[in-house]
Design a protein around this ligand. Structure first.
Ligand code: FAD
Length: 360
């Protein structure tokens, strides 16, 4: 059958979240994707607010649970922020994506691999998707959850945006003598940070910069950082842009809704994208299920507003690191990890820091 209620392009976090909700509501959903949970560069850190959004447990793919964060203005001395309970869990991204896709399939979504999308057309009645295999799929609506380099956005003739960039690799735990655990080393790269994320048998190491062009998170810089930090060279290295442009972007194009990095739903301060992907996938599904795709923008308005504020905060934070990092190492940082451990967003943590009673 090539006719569906909804075709979702992309089996990442946004696509699987949308597919799960739609299929659970009885919609006929096809997920078309170039990969099924392989090769997506991502450190796999899932905060509690993201964890709280899943419709199912991701425990089977959790590798470590984190309650302590080490921060530094690299290469200066670090400080430890201890949360009252876990504020983050560590997953391998390929395992997480496979798990979430499987859950969507259990709800009745159908998955199909494709080498790529060659065309997208729409009229008043529906959408048509053409693949490199020569197949044509028809649906009432299309959710484009195909990542920061969205092919669908490109096919619609929309400009591509330049946001944040990151590169990551793995170091086997066996070759590391000592390291502090989950670490964010601000200033390890301009406009960003280096990270060390524990994953059981290995440490995920990476570099993030919040603004394209400020710095090049490339292989050479990652190797240097990793040698200095862990005395080892990373393997399985890959980099990718992050979708951090939601405050400026068009979310809907007729019967096509963008979600996740394709919609620019990632926050800029730390580059956390899994939460925005799951949230936007679910809200895109919600707008279709209530028969009002145009309500999607309103449903995402709070997140869009928060992302705009976080972008402005990033400019200040990374521009004033000699001030920001001492603050982060003190009560501000403690408020943040405490807030994260309660599932708050950055904006909610900020309101809490200012003593606002309303965190909703
Ligand atoms: C190095 C790095 C580390 C990161 N670490 C973290 C982290 O620790 N925590 C966090 O919260 N966020 C992190 N992020 C951000 C996070 O990875 C993204 O925000 C998130 O993956 C977005 O999910 P998505 O589903 O929108 O897109 P993606 O995960 O990019 O999924 C897109 C899907 O679309 C498919 N696809 C792409 N093009 C096509 C096409 N033409 N046809 C068919 N299918 C297609 C892909 O195969 C894929 O399945 C990191 C990002 C990077 C680059």
């Amino acid at each position: 059958m090539n006719t569906w209620d909804v075709v979702v392009i992309g089996a990442g976090q946004a696509g699987s979240a949308a597919a799960w909700d739609l299929a659970a509501a009885g919609q006929r959903v096809l997920v078309l994707s170039r990969t099924a949970g392989a090769g997506k560069p991502c450190a796999g850190g899932v905060t509690i607010k993201a964890l709280n959004r899943y419709r199912f447990s991701i425990d089977p793919v959790v590798r470590e649970t984190i309650d302590t964060l080490h921060v530094s203005r690299y290469p200066g001395p670090g400080g430890s922020l201890v949360a009252p309970q876990r504020f983050c869990v560590m997953t391998e991204r390929s395992e997480l994506d496979q798990h979430c896709l499987k859950q969507a399939e259990c709800q009745g979504a159908v998955f199909q691999l494709t080498r790529g999308i060659t065309g997208v057309r729409q009229n008043l009645n529906g959408v048509e998707v053409h693949t490199r295999e020569g197949d044509t799929f028809r649906a009432g609506y299309l959710i484009a959850a195909d990542g920061a380099n969205s092919r669908v956005r490109h096919l619609l003739g929309e400009r591509s945006w330049k946001g944040a960039m990151a590169i990551e690799g793995h170091v086997d735990r066996a070759v590391i003598s000592e390291y502090p655990g989950m670490t964010l080393d601000f200033q390890a790269i301009k406009g960003g940070y280096g990270w060390l994320f524990p994953k059981g048998d290995h440490v995920n190491v990476g570099l993030y910069t919040w603004k394209h062009g400020l710095a090049a998170p490339d292989r050479k810089t990652l190797d240097q950082y990793c040698q200095q930090r862990l005395g080892a060279t990373p393997h399985t290295v890959s980099g990718f842009p992050l979708g951090t442009w939601l405050p400026r972007v068009r979310l809907q194009h007729g019967r096509i809704l963008f979600a996740g990095d394709a919609a620019g739903c990632t926050e800029t301060l730390l580059g956390e994208g899994i939460y925005g992907a799951v949230l936007s996938g679910q809200l895109a599904a919600q707008s279709l299920l209530c028969g009002q795709p145009e309500s999607y923008r309103d449903l995402l308005a709070d997140w869009r507003d928060e992302l705009g504020k976080v972008q402005r905060l990033s400019l200040l934070f990374y521009g004033l690191l000699p001030v920001s990092i001492p603050m982060l190492k003190g009560p501000l940082g403690e408020t943040l990890v405490d807030g994260f451990s309660h599932g708050y967003t950055l904006g909610q943590c900020k309101r809490r820091w200012r003593g606002s009673p309303s965190l909703a």
